[in-house]
Design a protein around this ligand. Structure first.
Ligand code: SF4
Ligand code: SF4
Length: 431
């Protein structure tokens, strides 16, 4: 029996009912299937438990959307977000679904550039373009979206996005003093009230406690995966690990944690047997910087095609999303929201100033992951990460860590130039 070729499954009737531009979206679906086949299924010695995540990609525009629509029918909220600061525990406590809507595709950028300036971050343009072009079933499913004031491109885009989908904005402080936490706590209270308003039910301490456990478990599973990647030879490719970190923003959290743990059981066996996806002598690279939203696999693909392996992502689609947990032992709503706020205030996004904790965190993750070099990745026009890169570079120079900084967008135009620079960087590690 010959194996069926991989495909991202089509659901034209459902897409029609979601008011999508179906002919155009059909092309994106096919393209994603081809890219996934070339970049992912061509890898050798992949863990067998990656099958679930392949299936998730296959159903990413279908089965998962159907599940969300079932939840929506019950009156529970479906909330779209663009930042790891939005507390998903609150949405899960209301029985709803929180879904990441950050855009990682060049395909939707021209839709955004019809109205937004060209010289802003591609993540913002890609996300906006998905809604403007009606080419994202997640955007078409959400009840409302919650933006934030992390960077200028985002906070001003929310005003324009609000014309297309109800868009609320959370004020994220820019510093980490006591008064900033007070502001953030108030914003969390408002967010809870908004979610309660949509579902028409109060979020009780019991429900929030359960949601905190669910999301902590998801984060713990990803921590476990990260720890296993520190082994040499790496038991899983960086591309596969990045895919899991991306799917964490779409999948049902209890099932996702269970599947990541099953994969980790397999990886533990691999570690015991010294079974890896790359040779022990393959250069080990840590990637640090701006998030890589699905399907942005460009840099990981270049690094791993050149014979190296990515062993860590210090990023919001990476460790920044799951390194910190919420204290589960609080019994009143005020205490719960306070410890929740504490946890979120630990996120070291470059939108904060000063943000020196991130420099220490990058060095810690470099050591913990047994990496041999750091590649700093910044999306074009992301001023905060681009400027913070100076401190990361200086810290690497001081520690003698091989280092490369790249700035890129989602277009394939710079692939040749990036490949040359990455190969030279890997040579530096090999020396
Ligand atoms: S990089 Fe900053 S703005 Fe972007 S998702 Fe992370 S915390 Fe939010
Ligand atoms: S990568 Fe930078 S510019 Fe882009 S959305 Fe995130 S913080 Fe804003």
């Amino acid at each position: 029996m010959t194996a069926q070729p991989f495909e991202v499954k089509p659901y034209p009737e459902m897409w029609e009912s979601l008011d999508m531009d179906v002919p155009r979206f059909e092309k994106s679906r096919q393209m994603l299937g081809e890219v996934y086949t070339n970049m992912y299924l061509s890898q050798t010695n992949r863990p067998a438990k990656m099958q679930y995540f392949d299936d998730m990609v296959s159903e990413i525009f279908g089965g998962r959307i159907q599940e969300m629509l079932e939840v929506k029918k019950t009156g529970k909220p479906i909330v779209g977000t663009f930042c790891v600061y939005i507390p998903e525990e609150v949405v899960v406590a209301a029985g709803g679904v929180c879904v990441g809507l950050c855009g990682g595709s060049q395909g939707s950028v021209p839709d955004a550039e019809k109205i937004l300036p060209r010289n802003i971050c591609p993540m913002v343009k890609s996300a906006y373009g998905f809604k403007a072009g009606r080419i994202c079933p997640y955007f078409q499913t959400v009840d409302f979206v919650y933006g934030e004031t992390t960077c200028d491109a985002k906070k001003k885009t929310w005003e324009i996005l609000d014309r297309l989908v109800p868009t609320h904005v959370m004020e994220i402080p820019q510093m980490k003093n006591k008064r900033d936490k007070t502001l953030w706590l108030e914003e969390v209270h408002d967010f809870k009230a908004k979610v309660e308003d949509v579902c028409g039910e109060e979020i009780t301490t019991e429900k929030l406690a359960q949601a905190i456990r669910v999301i902590n478990n998801k984060r713990k599973a990803l921590q476990r995966l990260t720890a296993l990647r520190a082994h040499n030879p790496a038991p899983i490719s960086g591309k596969d690990a990045l895919l899991l970190e991306q799917i964490a923003f779409y999948d049902e959290p209890v099932r996702f944690a269970e599947k990541v743990n099953e994969l980790c059981d397999e990886l533990e066996e691999r570690v015991k047997n010294d079974d890896g996806v790359a040779d022990k002598s393959a250069p080990r690279v840590m990637v640090s910087g701006t998030p890589m939203a699905l399907p942005n696999w460009k840099v990981h693909n270049l690094i791993e095609t050149a014979g190296a392996v990515v062993v860590n992502e210090e990023s919001c689609i990476g460790t920044r999303y799951f390194k910190d947990l919420i204290d589960e032992n609080k019994s009143t709503m005020d205490e719960q929201l306070s410890v929740l706020t504490d946890r979120y205030m630990q996120i070291d996004c470059s939108c904060f100033t000063p943000n020196d904790d991130r420099v220490d965190q990058v060095l810690k993750e470099y050591r913990d992951s047994n990496a041999q070099g750091i590649l700093h990745y910044s999306l074009q026009f992301c001023h905060t990460y681009n400027i913070e890169e100076i401190k990361i570079r200086e810290a690497c120079e001081k520690e003698g860590i091989p280092y490369l900084s790249i700035e890129s967008d989602y277009s394939p135009e710079d692939v040749g130039q990036l490949q040359t620079r990455i190969e030279a960087f890997l040579e530096q590690i090999r020396e």
